[in-house]
Design a protein around this ligand. Structure first.
Ligand SMILES: [Zn+2]
Length: 101
């Protein structure tokens, strides 16, 4: 067991910290720096993480992160979460209005 599995590290695009690793079947290949939405323990939010399959990928991610290349993507990732919360608020407001009319 485990011979066909490998662990891929994921790095949070907002804080740049290593996130929860994901175990994949060997041969399950995405493009380089594939993004996946995961829960970041540091940010305490669901946010896109960049998949790093090897040390070179990690170095490249860190360089891009330092240059701020993920800033926009991180914001987008967060606004998506905040929008869905706003939407929930709107629903709650609507039920309040119903009681008044
Ligand atoms: Zn984070």
């Amino acid at each position: 067991m485990g011979r066909n599995l490998e662990t891929h590290d994921f790095y949070c695009i907002r804080c740049g910290k290593k996130g929860i690793p994901v175990v994949r079947k060997r041969g399950h290949q995405h493009g380089k720096h594939h993004m996946k939405k995961l829960f970041c323990l540091t940010c305490q939010e669901e946010i896109n993480h960049v998949e790093c399959k090897n040390y070179a990928d990690v170095i490249e991610f860190k360089e891009k992160f330092e240059r701020g290349e993920y800033n926009d993507a991180a914001k987008e990732s967060l606004s998506y979460v905040r929008d869905s919360r706003k939407w929930q608020d709107n629903l709650d407001n609507k039920t309040d209005f119903k009681q008044f009319s």
